[in-house]
Design a protein around this ligand. Structure first.
Ligand code: PAF
Length: 280
């Protein structure tokens, strides 16, 4: 059984024991509801580091809707079972008082990178992410932290945050893991009503078609409009954003004249799906 640490004191004791003998520590921060995407992060951490901790904390500060927070899947027993074969050294599953003790009054906020895409549609979301992730980095004293490229903007924001604050934890991005039909793995997929599941891979399919057309030098405006129409046709109720951005720094682009990323958020069956792919 993998030990489940509930307090920062218990966490610190374990970590200091490892550090004392010179072992490196990798952390995989999660909100639970673990799937194969998380396991790929655990595998990357296990390959690089002597010790690996998975954190499970559904962070209230990064939800901008009470119902989204309430509906977020919580599956700790199943999560621990899924992690057992990977022999991680500990699960850190703190109570809210370990992260936000009474009187907690600090926000860690990254400007610029957080302003568009998910940042524009989920006010306060990235402040919640950077506040909790900086705390997890400092509580775990991890040498490396593993994040999925699926949340591409988050990966960029957290990398900037650690650099700007001189937190000595290297942020490592790992490729998105997908279902065979192309749907990016996400804890939210389990919230999709069964009758909408077949439509979900349209998001990735439409984005791949869009990327090909942009690489063929077609104009962004019409290509984007047709992609949005195709998503509505497939059953998506709303396309929040569908944008081409510089892969590094996320500057808005209309043609992939440097390493670029196509990023999207769209609603299907009351569930917000996000995806992104490299273009060129
Ligand atoms: O990607 C997530 O699951 C969360 O945003 C994270 C990084 C664990 C912070 O709560």
């Amino acid at each position: 059984m993998i030990p489940i640490l509930r307090t920062k004191a218990a966490l610190r004791e374990a970590v200091l024991g490892w550090k004392r003998v010179g072992e490196t520590l990798g952390v995989v921060p999660t909100m639970g509801a673990l799937h194969a995407g998380h396991m790929s992060l655990v595998e990357a951490a296990k390959a690089d580091c002597d010790r690996v901790i998975v954190t499970i904390f559904v962070n209230p500060k990064q939800f901008n809707s009470a119902s989204d927070l309430e509906n977020y899947p919580r599956t700790e027993v199943a999560d621990a079972e899924k992690l057992a074969p990977f022999a991680v050294d500990a699960i850190y599953a703190p109570g809210p008082e370990q992260i936000y003790p009474e009187g907690f009054a600090t926000t860690v906020s990254v400007t610029g990178l957080t302003e568009g895409l998910c940042g524009a549609h989920r006010p306060g979301h990235f402040d919640g992410v950077t506040t909790v992730v900086s705390k997890l980095f400092l509580q775990t004293l991890a040498d490396r932290a593993y994040f999925g490229e699926k949340d591409y903007q988050q990966l960029q924001v957290v990398t900037r945050m650690a650099r700007d604050l001189d937190i000595p934890c290297e942020v490592i991005g790992c490729p998105t893991v997908r279902e065979e039909d192309g749907l990016a793995l996400s804890s939210r997929n389990m919230l999709l009503p069964p009758e909408t599941r077949a439509a979900a891979p349209a998001l990735n399919r439409v984005m791949r078609q869009m990327a090909e057309r942009l690489l063929d030098d077609e104009s962004f405006g019409p290509v984007r409009a047709q992609a949005e129409a195709a998503l509505r046709e497939a059953g998506f109720s709303e396309v929040e954003y569908l944008e081409l951005r510089a892969a590094d720094g996320l500057a808005p682009l209309t043609r992939p004249d440097r390493p670029a990323r196509l990023l999207a958020a769209a609603w299907l069956g009351g569930v917000r799906l996000i995806d992104n792919i490299a273009v060129g």
